[in-house]
Design a protein around this ligand. Structure first.
Ligand SMILES: Cc1ncc(COP(=O)(O)O)c(C=O)c1O
Length: 433
């Protein structure tokens, strides 16, 4: 029985898909925080290059993937689609479970799909140095990897709690030539202000973003790079779903439930948006689910309103589900999901009823991660394990109601550098905040 569905290098998508053009209602624009008027694209030029701003506001449905980006994608893309037959058996479910494995990239997650594109467009625009933030280090290591290919300097602000918990991701960034600071840091005025108030502050993605933006504004030839949330990041990730549609055809099945974990929303968007297109255009009846931590329940408990993307209030106001930009998420082990907001495009999809959202506690997601590892081999990143917890609950529903379901999820990264979190779970010390 075939359980693995592989495409060849020539199947790497030649265009990114822009869901913005297919929404039945337009996405509310970003606003200037002072005037509360829609922000003109030129205003973003202080932090982003023009070519990426053009993608951020593009009304093109398909945007070409440049050849040099496809060449680097070819190091690991197309990623495999697998059917998790052993997990199905362990759960005694009639459901068929498929996963797209983005942990196959050199950095171990989906993040290089946009890191390579952002480094390429910055290089084209004459940028010499990129500043960014990272939570668990998945994004920082992906950007470090991409910068090393294009000869760009990479300066990363890593959320302090993760800097301490995940030394190996930090070393990975060093290996690819990046400079890494624990955030809040003494490198920026904003970081120094927080440290003066609370020297033991564990940091948050919102704070690290503020530091990276300040770094960008105060250094020559520097631009800012964000690993999620923005339209152009969701756009770059669309290679995931485009490949998956072809691979599900190879498997001869159509998914009825499509699941991805949500931090800032980009891996979810990457898998789901090409399917949402089919839902809108072909009236497909997919159930599409974004999964988040109960400790940072942006989609399930947040409000849909204009809010800042960072703690220091330096970004434009974005219309998104948010817990408030001052929200300090508890120090859970899924560092990449500790963000107060959600991609405006994902937020809009939820508002329009094109998707649903669920939240799980961390002990539940580690239980699911271990079940997956013991049956399918891959040790999932704790972030990705949120999707697995939802898959398991859906597969159990199938067992209970006797109905076959075809469940598809995005295994956004491996957890080989997250084993300290697994250790906390195994020693019984993990708590649900
Ligand atoms: C493996 C993995 N999955 C998911 C995420 C969540 O981010 P996003 O919602 O942008 O995909 C992260 C973030 O670092 C991650 O490392």
């Amino acid at each position: 029985m075939q359980t693995r569905f592989d495409l060849t290098q020539k199947d790497i998508p030649t265009s990114w898909y822009n869901l913005l053009t297919d929404f039945p209602e337009p996405l509310p624009p970003p606003l200037h925080p002072g005037t509360k008027e829609p922000i003109p694209p030129e205003a973003l030029e202080a932090i982003f290059p023009k070519n990426l701003i053009a993608q951020e506001v593009s009304s093109e449905r398909w945007i070409e993937v440049p050849e040099p980006v496809r060449d680097i994608y070819a190091l690991w893309r197309p990623t495999p689609l697998l059917r998790a037959v052993r997990l199905e058996k362990a759960l005694q479910t009639p459901a068929h479970i498929y996963y797209k494995y983005e942990g196959a990239s050199p950095a171990g997650s989906h993040k290089p799909n946009t890191a390579v594109a952002q480094a390429y467009f910055n290089k084209e625009a004459g940028t010499k140095r990129l500043a960014t933030e990272t939570g668990a280090g998945q994004w920082g290591s992906s950007l470090a990897f991409a910068c090393s290919f294009f000869g760009l300097e990479c300066n990363v602000y890593m959320v302090k709690i993760s800097y301490q918990q995940k030394p190996y991701r930090r070393m990975l960034m060093h290996t690819w030539g990046a400079t890494v600071h624990p955030s809040p840091s003494d490198q920026t005025e904003y970081g120094r202000k927080i440290l003066a108030e609370d020297p033991n502050c564990p940091g948050s993605l919102g704070m690290a973003i503020s530091e990276a933006i300040e770094d960008t504004m105060t250094h020559p030839n520097t631009k800012y790079s964000l690993g999620s949330v923005l339209n152009h990041v969701c756009l770059h990730q669309s290679v995931i779903g485009q490949e998956t549609i072809k691979q599900m055809e190879m498997a001869g099945e159509e998914p009825d439930t499509i699941i991805g974990c949500c931090g800032g929303g980009s891996n979810f968007a990457g898998l789901a948006f090409p399917f949402i297109r089919k839902k809108i255009k072909e009236k497909k009846n997919y159930r599409i689910v974004g999964v988040e931590p109960s400790a940072c329940p942006t989609l399930t408990k947040g409000d849909l309103r204009y809010d800042f993307g960072d703690t220091a209030e330096t970004t434009p106001l974005l219309m998104m589900y948010t817990l408030g930009h001052k929200f300090m998420p508890p120090s859970i082990h899924s560092g990449g999901l500790r963000y107060h907001g959600m991609a405006p495009m994902v937020s809009h999809a939820l508002k329009l009823g094109l998707m649903e959202a669920e939240a799980y506690h961390q002990t539940k997601i580690f239980e699911a991660a271990i079940l997956f590892a013991r049956n399918e081999g891959v040790v999932p990143a704790p972030e990705s394990a949120h999707a697995i917890a939802s898959v398991v609950s859906e597969a159990i529903k199938s067992r209970e109601d006797g109905k076959k379901r075809v469940i598809l999820f995005n295994l956004s990264g491996h957890g080989l550098l997250d084993l300290s979190a697994y250790e906390v779970y195994f020693t019984g010390k993990m708590q649900d905040p």
